[in-house]
Design a protein around this ligand. Structure first.
Ligand SMILES: [Mg+2]
Length: 305
């Protein structure tokens, strides 16, 4: 969960910018304010965006309901979304799918119907806590599907959420990078065969140069681009979260989401102790992220006993 917040806080500095401009200016390797025009331009250095905020909402809902509860999670998303959309400094953080879904939830649409059909990455970027909470891969998969619905009901978005949550669980179970990717790809394929296949391709491309890999995989906000690009960054530097996250932060496109998913995968495999210390220390609200992560851990232990 710290990996998610760190990737998000670093990635917001390049959100929406093209790779060529990023290469000209030089790689971002530490916290700073985002450039003018980025959705997070009013946030402080080290402050995370909607990706981490939604992950924390999901984690707190899981703990308080002792498992995934669609009604409760949707209520939290709607309340948070309404507040965020009223805030002129933060409203641009929320993507088109989530804002459409939030409006539907607020007007009374049920959580299984409120999700947008746009195949974007909003449910994949927040899903990591499910991989920490549930013990079996079947439970993780089933709840990842449900957790996507309030905001993202397309098959591709569901497949992306399944891939990330399953990969986190596989990492906690001690599987290596190859087996993690195989399991995530197979389970995602049940919902979107194309995305499952592209996750395999991301692993095959791990020796390819980033310019080549990102132009083939894509870096837009679409889930079939963000998720494979994050799996590529993770596979390329599977034992080194600092390098994996830096690769993602500078990919171009939807960099906060690509880096937050990379942080989820790499953090789960390598542990919080492997994250660069300066990024942990400089993270805004680091104590809150650690506290909520601790609650998920406690709750996961008591839930599976
Ligand atoms: Mg964001």
């Amino acid at each position: 969960m710290l990996g998610v917040a760190i990737g998000d806080a670093l990635g917001k500095q390049n959100e929406g910018l093209g790779r060529s401009g990023i290469l000209e200016r030089g790689f971002i390797t530490d916290y700073a304010k985002a450039q003018a025009g980025c959705p997070g331009e009013y946030l402080e250095a080290g402050e995370y965006t909607d990706d981490t905020e939604q992950m924390l909402l999901l984690a707190i809902s899981l703990v308080e309901c002792n498992g995934f509860n669609g009604e409760d999670f949707a209520k939290r998303i709607a309340r948070w979304g309404e507040d965020t959309m009223k805030n002129s400094f933060r409203k641009n953080l929320i993507g088109p799918s989530s804002s459409a879904a939030i409006k539907k939830l607020v007007s009374g649409t049920g959580w299984r119907e409120s999700g947008s059909a746009i195949p974007s990455c909003g449910s994949a970027m927040r899903v990591a806590p499910l991989g920490l909470f549930y013990r079996t891969l079947d439970e993780v998969e089933e709840n990842a599907v449900l957790s996507s619905l309030p905001t993202h009901k397309s098959d591709a978005a569901i497949a992306g959420a399944v891939a990330v949550a399953v990969a986190v669980r596989c990492a906690v179970l001690g599987m290596d990078c190859r087996d993690i990717i195989r399991e995530a790809s197979q389970r995602a394929s049940k919902y979107d065969a194309g995305l499952g296949e592209k996750i395999e391709v991301s692993y095959m491309k791990r020796e390819s140069e980033p310019d080549d890999a990102f132009s083939e995989l894509g870096t837009s906000y679409l889930v079939n681009e963000t998720v494979p690009s994050a799996f590529y960054c993770f596979s390329r530097h599977s034992g080194n979260p600092g390098k994996a996250i830096t690769e993602a932060v500078n990919a171009g496109g939807d960099t906060d989401s690509i880096a937050c998913i990379t942080g989820a995968l790499s953090g789960a495999v390598n542990g919080a102790g492997a994250l660069p210390e300066k990024w942990v220390k400089g993270l805004f609200n680091c104590g809150k992220v650690e506290r909520v992560a601790g609650m998920v851990f406690e709750s996961s232990v008591s839930h599976s006993e």
